[in-house]
Design a binder for this molecule. Structure first.
Ligand SMILES: [Zn+2]
Length: 397
């Protein structure tokens, strides 16, 4: 396996396939816990050997390039950023250097790396009969806005496109909202909790006031107990109590991975990563739950893509394939398809994303029909993003 040595100053070892196959119930014996300031860590070498994956450490400040190297772990010294099997992910705690070794927190090995590398081993994973689709926002809560429309309408349209795709796979689908009205976040979680063997998939589009060029996909699942969310640097006191979402955080991470690899594999969007958050819908949902951010309404090119119904159909398709991949974990007990696998699959029919004016008008019209023309801002007033966001964080659901 050729690795780009020039940007790796430490290359860990690839364990032999034989060592992997011999690993069974006594796998925990293979872990050598290292205590640093009272916290438990595991060395990158140890992690690499345990999983039989090549691992590397990029220097701090060095950008981890997105590539589709399969089955590898690429850490960044002093950072929470990590590439796992070709997709970016975010650790709860930064990788530290100690006594000449690079160390990863025990929490991250258990809660981030394990469910991402071996999602098929997570207990009760893939158990899904019902998919609860949650189009974000609605009614008075418009969500983010671009000059082509509102987040609430784009999210509802993706959910409507996704529903028949899931039904065709034999899954039951419940929508937390069917039209342009607001459903309290607690109620959305209750809907998922009341359904038998359900998963919860919330659909949103992104925005930021900080960087007009910010683009890409990201996906969130509930932050493990005692860990900071991806957007936080420190653990808040509220992070120390068990929440309904805590009980399924590993399954939620597996669901995140399955959907995210499919998204990146099907659509050529920037990889912002698999992240953690304590959003209400993730916190109160006691079934596997994720929140998808399907691109930025504040970026010129991406807001045009999101306004195209064909692109939203592709997004819905990619999510449906990801959900199917998650369900298969429970049946096949095998690793899911990764971003590189999907890209290989669709290489023969590359997708085109040229934006035509006519297409945009058509997309606008279809959206306006969806919820009524009056719900949209007139174009002359909406050519620039709002100065202040309805939501709190710079990059928000
Ligand atoms: Zn949102």
């Amino acid at each position: 396996m050729a690795l780009p040595v020039k940007r790796w100053f430490a290359i860990a070892f690839l364990a032999s396939a034989i060592a992997i196959s011999q690993r069974g119930a006594s796998a925990a014996d293979d872990w050598k816990i290292i205590k640093v300031s009272g916290s438990d860590y595991l060395s990158v070498d140890n992690i690499s050997r345990f999983y039989g994956l090549p691992a590397g450490i990029a220097a701090s400040g060095e950008k981890v390039e997105f590539d589709t190297v399969k089955n590898s772990l690429e850490f960044v010294s002093g950072s929470r950023e990590v590439m796992i099997n070709g997709a970016r992910s975010w650790l709860c705690f930064p990788v530290i250097e100690h006594d000449g070794k690079y160390l990863v927190s025990r929490t991250d090995v258990a809660k981030t790396i394990e469910p991402l590398v071996r999602p098929y081993r997570v207990s009760n994973v893939g158990k899904v009969q019902t998919v609860v689709l949650d189009p974000g926002h609605g009614g008075y809560d418009r969500g983010q806005v671009s000059r082509f429309g509102y987040e609430k309408d784009f999210a509802l349209d993706v959910a409507r496109k996704l529903r028949p795709l899931l039904q065709a796979k034999g899954l039951r689908v419940i929508m937390t909202r069917e039209g342009d009205y607001f459903v309290p976040l607690e109620v959305r979680a209750q809907i998922a909790n009341a359904a038998h063997d359900s998963i919860f998939v919330s659909i949103h589009f992104n925005a930021t006031n900080d960087d007009p060029n910010a683009t890409g996909f990201e996906i969130f699942s509930f932050t493990p107990i005692g860990a900071p969310s991806t957007s936080d640097s420190a653990v808040a006191p509220s992070a120390l109590s068990t929440q309904p979402g805590s009980t399924v955080d590993a399954q939620s991470m597996a669901l995140s991975a399955c959907i995210y690899h499919s998204l990146l594999g099907h659509l050529p969007e920037y990889d912002r990563g698999i992240k953690r958050a304590r959003f209400v819908v993730l916190r109160l949902t006691k079934v596997p739950a994720v929140l998808i951010e399907g691109g930025f309404l504040t970026e010129q090119g991406e807001c045009k893509l999101i306004a195209q119904k064909d692109w939203r159909a592709k997004l819905a398709h990619a999510i449906s394939v990801g959900i199917e991949s998650y369900r298969a974990l429970g049946i096949k007990k095998q690793p899911p398809l990764l971003v590189a696998d999907y890209r290989k699959q669709i290489k023969s029919s590359p997708t085109e994303f040229d934006v035509q004016d006519a297409e945009l008008k058509e997309a606008d019209t279809s959206l306006m029909e969806l919820v009524g023309r009056s719900k949209f801002l007139p174009p002359q007033q909406s050519s620039t993003p709002r100065a202040s966001s309805l939501e709190s964080a710079p990059i928000v659901p």
